[in-house]
Design a protein around this ligand. Structure first.
Ligand code: FAD
Length: 498
């Protein structure tokens, strides 16, 4: 039996503990895992809305949904309510559900566009169960054996603690201390050892940088450049604050835009997470704080947490004997709650491409890892930019700049083909229903659409559409309220839902 690989994870935030748990769950036979974190430095302390892929990750690593939800005061999330994005007072939901039922030749929205032309389409929202359930504050895991597509809102600090407990049970060694020096091999440039303030030295074969925005290993030690995307996504500041929960938690995140920046509301069982995302070029810290506090849904119950960031990514995510996971690898603002998703896919990717060959023999794995991670980040980037580019708001310099900016070629092409022909395709993380909901939700109505619906006689199209709508309405009637569902399924012990 070969010696085990010594893996050292730097950082005990969401990224660090997800990585530690994933690796220890599946590769413990081959690895000794040590995680270093510093209570003195702490974690970023935000990041509480997720997307449905988290459920898949939990299944892969054997996390019990009810236990996890109780421990993290989690609620369910069926989508995001995007308010004031297309125009002031506009509102639409980007839900996680499928919309209607398309065919191999044509997506459902193309049938719906035809139905609209014929005067009977109604609202696209009526064809998505998750979306209607979100609007009516209802929830169920499945209806008539058809599972719903959903994600979670969770308490980030409790989630890291929960994963820590589970990881330590699987043998992960946690070391408390602040890393003050890092030594590299003079010949290969690989990282060799981490030196802590308290005198401890931790040696390793492979290092995972989960040290947050700072990128202690990947950036500061190995010198991997940070490529800036702030010409597309300008926000560089956030203020986060928790408030009391004054009404039952809704099963969706709210993203409410203001004249410069936007505000999130993430309901947990025990409290509401709030924050504002903005760019200091358009809004001062004072004004941002005022905007946030003027629009809070309850009494503050924490001090405001002021955060700075820059949107972008590392030039390489895996370099030498180090992989960056989490904020150290790059950051896209949390409008579509994609960061934790990117952490989980990075961990899965790393498990699939783990460098068992030993030092110096992993070039192909490194290249593959970097190329897959880049594709994923770029597709998420385009989807987030879409929300800004498609605004029709002209009430501030902020929105004017976004509306008139150049976007990446990949997004430009997508917008043009949809605008002219009503066509769009799934890409990476986001599938057709997501692109459609945002494009139509923000007022991009195509000039024409595919004619496949014409194969059906008009009565047939109407019949099909009515059938889908009725089925959704009947399913909705069988669903309990989100609040009741949480109470009976996963109420946190001392956090009964108000
Ligand atoms: C405003 C905002 C809102 C967000 N909202 C969402 C959201 O809704 N959904 C979502 O998916 N994501 C969101 N994110 C992203 C999410 O917060 C992060 O992806 C997630 O928390 C992972 O962070 P991390 O573990 O990489 O870094 P951190 O939480 O910063 O952890 C870094 C760790 O490294 C340790 N460390 C650093 N330096 C040293 C040192 N010298 N010695 C020892 N230890 C060290 C720290 O102690 C800490 O344990 C948001 C981010 C921001 C900024």
């Amino acid at each position: 039996m070969q010696n085990k690989t010594e893996v050292v994870i730097v950082g005990g935030g969401t990224a660090g503990w997800i990585t530690a748990y994933g690796l220890s769950k599946h590769l413990a036979k081959f690895l000794n895992i040590t995680l270093i974190e510093s209570d003195q430095i702490g974690t970023v302390g935000v990041g509480e809305a997720t997307i449905p892929s988290m459920k898949v990750f939990h299944r892969l690593v054997g996390i019990d949904e009810q236990e996890f939800m109780r421990e993290t005061q989690a609620t369910f999330k069926l989508g995001i309510s995007l308010e004031n994005w297309g125009n002031i007072d506009d509102k639409y939901i980007h839900s996680f559900g499928t919309i209607g039922q398309g065919s191999w030749i044509s997506e459902f929205h193309e049938y719906w566009l035809e139905a609209n032309d014929q005067g009977f389409g109604g609202s696209l929202d009526d064809y998505c169960l998750e979306l209607k359930a979100a609007k009516e504050n209802k929830f169920a895991l499945s209806v008539n054996k058809n599972p719903l597509l959903y994600a979670y809102h969770l308490n980030a600090t409790a989630y890291a603690k929960y994963l820590r407990k589970k990881s330590e049970r699987l043998g992960v060694k946690r070391v408390e201390g602040r890393i003050s020096d890092i030594r590299k091999c003079s010949q290969t440039g690989d990282i060799v050892s981490l030196h802590l303030d308290n005198g401890r030295v931790i040696k390793g074969d492979f290092f995972i940088d989960c040290s947050g925005f700072r990128g202690l290993l990947i950036g500061e030690t190995l010198g991997v450049e940070y490529l800036d995307w702030s010409h597309w996504l300008r926000s560089n500041r956030a203020i986060a604050v928790q408030t009391e929960l004054n009404s039952p938690p809704v099963p969706y995140t709210r993203a409410i835009s203001h004249s410069a920046g936007w505000q999130w509301q993430i309901p947990l069982q025990s409290r509401m997470g709030n924050g504002i995302i903005y760019c200091d070029k358009y809004l001062s810290d004072e004004d941002a704080k005022k905007t946030l506090f003027d629009n809070l849904p309850g009494e503050p119950r924490s001090e405001p947490n002021m955060l700075r960031f820059s949107t972008g990514r590392r030039k390489k995510f895996w370099h030498k004997n180090c992989v960056a996971v989490g904020l150290s690898s790059g950051f896209l603002e949390p409008l579509e709650s994609t960061s934790i998703h990117l952490v989980t896919t990075s961990v899965i990717r790393l498990m699939r491409l783990f460098p068992f060959a030993g030092k110096g023999n992993n070039k192909e794995l490194e290249e593959e890892y970097n190329s897959q991670t880049l594709n994923e980040m770029e597709s998420v980037r385009d989807f987030v930019i879409l929300h800004y580019k498609l605004t029709q708001r002209s009430d501030s310099e902020y929105w004017n700049d976004y509306r008139t900016m150049d976007v990446p070629d990949s997004l430009s092409h997508r917008l043009e083909i949809f605008r002219k022909h009503g066509y769009t395709s799934s890409d990476g993380l986001f599938h057709v229903p997501s692109w459609i909901q945002v494009m139509l939700g923000q007022g991009l109505y195509p000039e024409r659409h595919h004619r496949a619906s014409g194969i059906l006689p008009p009565a047939g199209l109407k019949e099909q559409m009515t059938k889908i709508k009725n089925h959704i309405d009947m399913s909705l009637k069988q669903m309990p309220s989100h609040e009741d569902f949480i109470k009976q399924y996963c109420a946190a012990p001392s956090q009964a839902v108000k």
